[in-house]
Design a protein around this ligand. Structure first.
Ligand code: KG4
Ligand code: ZN
Length: 341
């Protein structure tokens, strides 16, 4: 089985070819950081235009690198949401056009499902069900992953996502965009105990996350401490919040095979190390995808497509692009859950 995957929901344009037996034959990525940097964040219209320009050549480059053509592809998987709607439409329409032209089926992939299943692309031994901490720029959720298409959301953020908190803190500290890697780098030269910062909702009986108060606390101390010390103290607070909330989920979740982390913030070493320790406290396996699979890419979309295709799930060509698309449609609504993925 050979799946072409397309990703364009935020600020990375990507195309990849992945086989049903987990071989990544090609994965191509075009970032847009330089275009958004002057604005300190992703500008939706600039993103959509950049996706239009980049996606076609990336598909051609991926097919060339894999030494294959559309005729050899079994299905085309494109992100259909959630995300910045202009960008999502670019990728989905491209996927539909390629599907129509080649006569191959379309698979409309939820970007969050791409992140959620990405650990199974890297690790064939990871079996369902697992507890997933999904931490990206737009989402911060704990999900029970029972199978492709079957998710139970145990917790989400009531305000900012974890990656969003990293990005806003980076902006406050003048560390630039994108913020997560910049804060992590600055934190390496700082003291995580230098600045007293809150751990919102830590110890709370409710399951959710909150980061807005932490960001406001950072805003109040900017200028009073070294940037490196604020960055290190902020990162330590985020890690404490993630661990506290994940511990609560581990206490209530039914039997699982592993604790798994995915999404852009999963590229953070402190986050990975703390989760690994937590899992070992609970005597369960810890699985984190390689760094390149944590941040947005098309291999995870192709792989989610492969899992869905193997289960017989394909989608009609009139499938709509969606700015919002929860993985668990039965989850109660909470305020603030982001629209970015
Ligand atoms: O999954 P992703 O690439 O895109 C979304 O779907 O949102 O996640 C991007 C987020 C950004 O907020 C970025 O600052 C954060 O992941 N991020 C990190 C690191 N690398 C990326 N946060 C903390 N530490 C990192 N090393
Ligand atoms: Zn993402």
């Amino acid at each position: 089985m050979l799946i072409l995957g397309l990703e364009s929901s935020c600020d990375e344009t990507a195309a990849a070819l992945v086989t049903g037996d987990r071989r990544v034959l090609a994965h191509k990525l075009a970032g847009q950081e330089a275009a958004h940097r002057p604005y300190g964040g992703v500008v939706p219209e600039i993103a959509a235009r950049a996706h239009v320009e980049a996606l076609g050549p990336l598909v051609e480059a991926a097919l060339a690198e894999a030494g294959t053509t559309l005729a050899d592809v079994d299905a085309i998987a494109a992100t259909a949401g959630p995300g910045l709607i202009g960008g999502v439409m670019v990728g989905l329409v491209t996927g539909k056009a390629l599907a129509l032209a080649s006569g191959k089926p379309l698979i409309a992939v939820n970007h969050l499902e791409g992140h959620a299943l990405s650990p199974r692309l890297a690790d064939p031994s990871l079996a369902f069900p697992y507890l997933l901490l999904l931490v990206s720029g737009g989402h911060c959720q704990l999900l029970l992953v029972e199978g492709a298409g079957t998710y139970r959301r145990l917790a989400t953020t009531i305000d900012d996502a974890a990656g969003e908190a990293f990005d806003k803190t980076a902006k406050l500290l003048g560390l630039g965009f994108p913020g997560g890697p910049a804060v992590e780098k600055a934190a390496q030269a700082g003291d995580p105990r230098a600045v007293q910062l809150p751990r919102p909702l830590a110890g709370s009986r409710e399951p959710h996350f909150s980061f807005a108060g932490l960001k406001s606390a950072v805003a109040r101390v900017v200028g009073q401490y070294r940037v490196e010390d604020i960055a290190a103290s902020f990162q330590a607070a985020v890690v404490d919040c993630l661990i506290d909330r994940t511990r609560r989920a581990l206490d209530v979740v039914p039997e699982i095979t592993a604790l798994v982390v995915a999404g852009g913030v999963a590229a953070n070493t402190s986050v990975r190390v703390a989760l690994e320790t937590l899992a070992s406290d609970y005597g369960i396996r810890f699985v984190a995808p390689p760094l390149w699979l944590c941040t947005d890419n098309a291999a995870m979309i192709a792989w989610a497509g492969a899992e869905r295709f193997a289960a017989g799930m394909v989608d009609p060509l009139d499938t709509p692009a969606r700015a919002r698309w929860p993985l668990d449609p039965d989850a109660e609504k909470v305020r603030g859950a982001g629209v970015k993925a």
